[in-house]
Design a binder for this molecule. Structure first.
Ligand code: ZN
Ligand code: ZN
Length: 242
């Protein structure tokens, strides 16, 4: 399935790769904004708090984030072209499912460490402060990040891909899951079934409530996909899952 796409990238020059990167990353951006708006109109939603006002500076920064993600994408394609990153062109369903799970769990731990570091290390703190100007959330919050933070996340992922070989489809599905979870995490409404909230308390899942509590109380809930590391390191907010 990914074979024709990889063959296209194999023969593409820098200009074509940049255009593909922009199409993919702006595609992810608009899908996230669309999904956010759709979920916020769900009939059974529950409001978590007032929506963070959308500022022009947020819009500009969110577009800069898309350009940063595109730069990381271009770097990733070149690391693959020069043989530093190895990709399987064809893989079976079970292999892909295991890869998505593994990539999510590895990134979950790395993102917990990265996120906790940017909260507590003095110089890094300024980098993450821009994201925390959003005491509540809006449809742009996921993309309101200091460029160092966006590039840091991208480099962290490329670092994992340099060490472990994954298939192109596994990486693509992980990135879809990452955008989906990032969008759900920044909803200022609760849309997931109530039983799922208990999964956050047990350490399995980060929900909209879980990350909303982080924006309100930045000393807690550093997890992105699962709350397992918050549970282990005792940084889970007492109200998580209630
Ligand atoms: Zn956030
Ligand atoms: Zn934070």
């Amino acid at each position: 399935m990914m074979k024709p796409i990889l063959e296209t990238f194999e023969h593409a020059g820098i200009l074509e790769i940049t255009v593909y990167g922009l199409i993919i990353n702006f595609g992810i951006y608009f899908c996230s904004l669309g999904l956010y708006s759709a979920l916020n109109h769900f009939p059974w939603k529950q409001r978590l708090g007032d929506q963070q006002p959308i500022l022009q500076s947020d819009l500009i920064l969110s577009i800069i984030t898309v350009f940063c993600n595109t730069a990381v994408f271009i770097l990733g394609v070149y690391l693959w072209k020069y043989g530093f990153i190895k990709l399987d062109k064809d893989s079976g369903f079970i292999q892909v499912a295991v890869e998505v799970l593994l990539l999510t769990l590895i990134m979950d731990l790395l993102m917990y460490v990265f996120h906790r570091s940017v909260h507590f290390l003095r110089h890094f703190k300024q980098i993450h402060e821009r994201h925390h100007e959003h005491e509540s959330t809006n449809l742009l919050s996921l993309f309101v990040l200091h460029p160092i933070e966006s590039i840091g996340f991208g480099l962290m992922m490329l670092g994992v891909l340099l060490v472990f070989p994954f298939s192109a489809i596994g990486i693509s599905l992980y990135l879809v899951l990452n955008s989906l979870w990032g969008t759900i995490g920044h909803l200022n409404h609760s849309v997931l079934p109530r039983s799922w909230l208990k999964l956050a308390k047990k350490g399995y899942l980060c929900t909209s409530e879980f990350h909303y509590l982080h924006h309100q109380n930045p000393g807690y809930n550093f997890g992105f996909y699962t709350s397992i590391w918050d549970l282990i390191f005792k940084t889970i907010h007492p109200s998580s899952g209630k």
